[in-house]
Ligand binder design. Structure first.
Ligand code: 13P
Length: 397
């Protein structure tokens, strides 16, 4: 296996550099020992037995001109979306909407992966075809949201933490059996509420444990510490917080022996707070965001798949395009929910006769972001609707 052999031949590194004084996990059956002349040479932990597959899956998702369609809204959030077009939050309505999304003709040209909510992973279309099979036929890798949502973090400044580690290994194994090949765990960091050192540490540790468990079960983890748009702060403050958050995330990813070649990141772009008076141009957002990526993200990570976070559809596309005006060590792309679905949902309006037109709208957005990933978006012909911001204070997913 490529990655395991890579680990086996890694030069012996100083233990203290690697784990900052933390004891290494005791050798177990999954351990590869580096036998040098000295038997006390550093013990190198083998990556997951899925290492080769993880690297391959991550590369497929991070392929040129493609990004992720995030369609993993919880039932409660999906209900809010459906209510916005006057539909009831029933399983049949969620099924109809998600069938519309996954069966948009030729979507796999622009979309490499789709993140599903658990219900959808086990769901079929109204015609009885498994949603997972529709995605595979479209050349789209099925993914699964595995976190169990946010709850208040006691001892913090009104901040939250993300639940879902209990039972995650067995759930992940079942999701893999069902066809999922990557996972998502979204935790959040609030700038106006601190962020406190406790909240940042908890977010980073949870992401690292999740990433390790996912890889152990064949799922490529998307690591998503969302820095919420909420607040009046300027772009410099967002940059400072993002640097701290990503430093901590990578510290714990390394400590948990996560294979960097087999993960994907889902960061927020570095922007001013949503209520800041100074707005930033796409060029400024790109400058700050790239400065963050270059200072914190190892080049072995295959893909950076941004969230849209309440930006308008066009804004999210323009910012991505600005970042792709030069090449980078990683694939710089998108994993949008609101910025891919908003105008599509409105166009559909719950009416079967609008399905085709809504799919066309989805394909327009997917293609625009595909072009932005390639640095070739022109912005021609964008509707007024796609320029409307979607920021919601204290957004939950
Ligand atoms: P938005 O693009 O709507 O911010 O959604 C991001 C997300 O976390 C979905 O997985």
């Amino acid at each position: 296996m490529a990655s395991a052999s890579l680990l086996k031949t890694s030069p012996v590194i100083d233990k203290s550099e690697w784990v900052k004084g933390q004891a290494l996990r005791q050798p177990s059956v999954s351990v590869v020992r580096c036998h040098s002349t000295k038997p006390s040479a550093l013990t190198v932990l083998a990556a997951s037995s899925y290492a080769e597959e993880l690297v391959k899956t991550a590369k497929i998702i991070a392929s040129p001109g493609r990004g992720i369609l995030a369609m993993d809204e919880s039932n409660a959030t999906c209900g809010k979306r459906l209510a916005s077009i006057g539909l009831e939050n029933t399983e049949a309505n969620r099924q109809a909407y998600r069938t519309l999304l996954v069966s948009a003709p030729g979507i796999g040209q622009f979309i490499s992966g789709a993140i599903l909510f658990e219900e959808t992973l086990y769901q079929s279309t109204p015609d009885g075809k498994k949603i997972v099979d529709v995605l595979i036929e479209q050349n789209v890798v099925p993914g699964i949201k595995v976190d169990k949502g946010l709850v208040p973090l006691p001892g913090s400044n009104n901040e939250s933490w993300c639940q879902g580690l209990d039972g995650l290994a067995s759930r992940s194994a079942a999701y893999y059996q069902q066809g999922a090949r990557f996972a998502k765990w979204r935790t959040v960091v609030s700038i106006p509420n601190g962020p406190s050192a406790l909240a940042v540490k908890e977010a980073a540790w949870g992401l690292a444990r999740y990433a390790s468990i996912s890889q152990d079960n064949g799922l490529v983890p998307i690591v998503e510490p969302e820095i919420l748009l909420d607040g009046e702060h300027g772009i410099d403050r967002t940059f400072e917080v993002a640097k701290k958050v990503w430093a901590e995330v990578f510290f714990y990813l390394a400590e948990n022996n996560v294979l960097f070649e087999g993960i994907l990141l889902k960061p927020s772009m570095v922007t001013p707070g949503a209520e800041c008076k100074d707005k930033a141009t796409p060029e400024k957002v790109a400058e700050y965001t790239l400065k963050l990526l270059y200072s914190r993200i190892p080049p072995s990570v295959p893909g950076i798949m941004f969230l849209s976070g309440g930006q308008s559809e066009v804004e999210a596309t323009q910012n991505l395009h600005a970042m792709n005006q030069k090449s980078h060590p990683w694939h710089v792309s998108f994993s949008y929910a609101r910025a891919l679905q908003n105008t599509c949902l409105k166009k559909w309006g719950g009416r079967p006769e609008n399905v085709k037109a809504a799919q066309e709208v989805l394909l327009i957005r997917a293609k625009a972001n595909s072009l932005a990933q390639l640095g070739k978006y022109t912005g021609e012909g964008e509707s007024d609707e796609s320029k409307q911001g979607m920021f919601v204070k204290g957004y939950v997913y």
